[in-house]
Design a protein around this ligand. Sequence first.
Ligand code: CA
Length: 614
Amino acid sequence: MAVLDTKQAHRNYKGAYTVGYRLKIYITVFLSLALSSTPGWTQDSRSSGTQKAKPPNIVIILADDLGFADTGMFGSEIETPNIDKLAEEGIRFTNFYTNPMCTPTRVTLMSGVDHHVAGAGTMSILTAPNQIGKPGYESWLRAEFKTLGDVMRQAGYATYTTGKWDLGRTPDLIPRARGFDRDFVMADSHGSHYSMTNIYMENPKLIFTEDGKYLKNLPKDYYSSRTYTDKMISFIEDGRKEGKPFFAYLAYQAPHDPHHVDEPWRSMYRGKYDIGWTAIREARFEAQKELGILPEGTELAERYWYLPDSEPLAPIVRATLGRHKELYAGLVSNMDYHIGRFLEYLKDIGQYENTIFVFFGDNGPEGNTTFESITQQGLKNNIFRAMHWSQEHHINVLGTPNSYPEYGPGWAQVSTTPLYGHKSYAAEGGIRNGLIMKLPHAKHAAGSIRRDLMHVSDIMSTFAELTQQENPNGNTAGRSWLGMMNNPDAQVRTDQDWIAWELMGSKGLRRGKWKLLNNWRPYGTGEWQLFDLTSDWAEKHDLAGQYPELLRELVDIYENEYLPNNNVILGDRSSSESLWWDMPLRFPTDNKYPPFLYRQQYHPPADMMAEPKN
Ligand SMILES: [Ca+2]
């Protein structure tokens, strides 16, 4: 792999959007000056006279590969009482978007910058030949960008992170170097929930850090969601005497595959999903209508053309398929249980009320499975996974540490009800997620549902503005939520503001109610489609032929503004090109394609290795 010149890369970005970038800095400075004489948000309703209220704590709870419809207050039958409580006391947002996959969402969450600029233009294992070695395609958060940790620390917050980091593994990229006072993280993208076992042939051991040291071993009785929660509680407890507000970024690995989960959650849903995905998806759709999640006229997305209706399947087939969903549901309920423990702790120390909570999933659910991937994508790592992990892949051991359970496209489509598509696509199911916020004041009615157009890039803008700081990385598309948080009548975006997506050739743009989509065949049509998302959340009614001028206008924005100003390098090869009927099914294996540029086993510096603290 080529060694990148970071300074050169940074100049390249500046060159790409110098005018807009400078203008935005001027505007930011102007707004900061204008705002500096106004009272901060936390003082707004809680202080009087000279007494200032303590700034609110900020907690971001991120789930991994959790679908739009996977929590109770978004229509799920999965039991998530603690997340539901946040929604009942707070606000649900139904038009919130992430990016289509893990690292692209996380670099944007931490930096506020488009993922092609921030360093995750694509996912490392899926890098196309013409993207290899290009700045912005490293698959980590480039070192020159400040993080939310940096921003909140600058504002006087104690900064903590636990869970999946996924933003880089070298000493300059781990949390200790990126603005976090305390950390216990898995630096990689996914792997076992019980051990350091990774899924990649070249990178069989996961990298963990604890307070800036690389762990030789994991703590006793390690289990991802339990340990990440315990560590976060211990960081807050240790820091209490300092009296600072805290910023806690709690990034669960759940419910990413493998669907490993302890008892009793492993058996909690035994038999519950034998009824099949068709019935469960319809039940969620009805529940969403009753909850008021869906606008009038919303339809259920088409079932994937390659999936059968589960109704006519034999009972044993439905039960076998259902077992996979049981584990996923158990993993979600287990995560909810640990979130509940965390919230209880905050109540015990009197910090629950004065905290801003933000909860969402980082992208749509995983709709591929190992065995499908072997034949469809031909990636060596999928074959490795199938060989290495599946020795005990018998129905009775699913969910245990040596199994590799996934739930496949049938259940992924349930997770995204009523949307179409899943993780990795710019269709709604890949990018729209159920956001929940709970605020320390009561300006919004408890349990309210909002339809503001929002994106994960907004979060940096929001918390920079909240703490009266400039967004340190400039700002491409992010819009602060602060106005809306303070005033329920305010909207986050105007009808002319747009946000856009590109990942592995799947393209999308949203402006106001309009959605532009171009998904490669066979998942999409390979053509530009236009949807009115007022109620067509399922992207069923293509209006491209009906509104050709609007289509041209939006495509023009996408191709002539979004792509060039955000360092997008369209891949010259798709990750799943063998799905495309007229492409060769045989992949070359002798020219480093598919590439493994990031997935080499990383060996941390010896003097930075440590045993876990407990
Ligand atoms: Ca993810």
